[in-house]
Design a protein around this ligand. Sequence first.
Ligand SMILES: C[S@@+](CC[C@H](N)C(=O)[O-])C[C@H]1O[C@@H](n2cnc3c(N)ncnc32)[C@H](O)[C@@H]1O
Length: 209
Amino acid sequence: MGWYAEHVLPRAMDVVMRAGEYTVIRARVAAGLSGEVLEVGFGSGLNVAHYPPAVTRVFAVDPATVGRKLAAPRVAARSLPVEYIGLDGQSLPLPADSVDHALTTWTLCTIPDVQLALREINRVLRPDGTLHFIEHGRSPDANVARWQDRLTPIQRRVAGGCHVNRPIDKLIAGSGLDVTRLDTYYLSGPKPFGYSYEGVATKKPPARS
Ligand SMILES: C[S@@+](CC[C@H](N)C(=O)[O-])C[C@H]1O[C@@H](n2cnc3c(N)ncnc32)[C@H](O)[C@@H]1O
């Protein structure tokens, strides 16, 4: 990881992702989480304040270790154990069927093999466990989607690998999870960056033989 990606980007993200609009969404998306939660793309811990009291432990995964420093005061302000378990959502050091819930917020755009990361989330969730997510991605408006395809190569270079054109709902469904709740909308600001997928996906029960 280069100096820009390691030091500049996580700090810039920490400032940008603190905006009021994001904070309201974080609270909504974290509602209903309980027990042991895996957060892929933990970043600077901006979701920590929103975890409900029923959450007993957070397993954090993120390659940007500077995020841990930025997260430290947020973690210290809660009596909630946060365990850093890995650097890459594409390979989770957790047993199958071991966590109650998972959370991703504005992260699936950035993970190189997002399908692999989603399959990993599906693997480690307990049956009936859920993934809560808010992600930006491909717009159903053809004109906006065309711009997203044009802008993604530039965005990837300046924003740490971020793709603005991923069809998040299809990718989640492709991992074997059931998308059981989905709201889509545009955030304020330019449409190619703001088309959002907010929802819950549930791990299917094992098939009976
Ligand atoms: C836009 S930031 C969002 C951070 C945080 N989720 C939030 O809501 O503030 C994207 C995050 O994805 C992380 N990320 C990138 N590649 C990753 C990977 N392979 N596995 C897990 N996280 C990754 C980045 O380091 C960064 O913290």
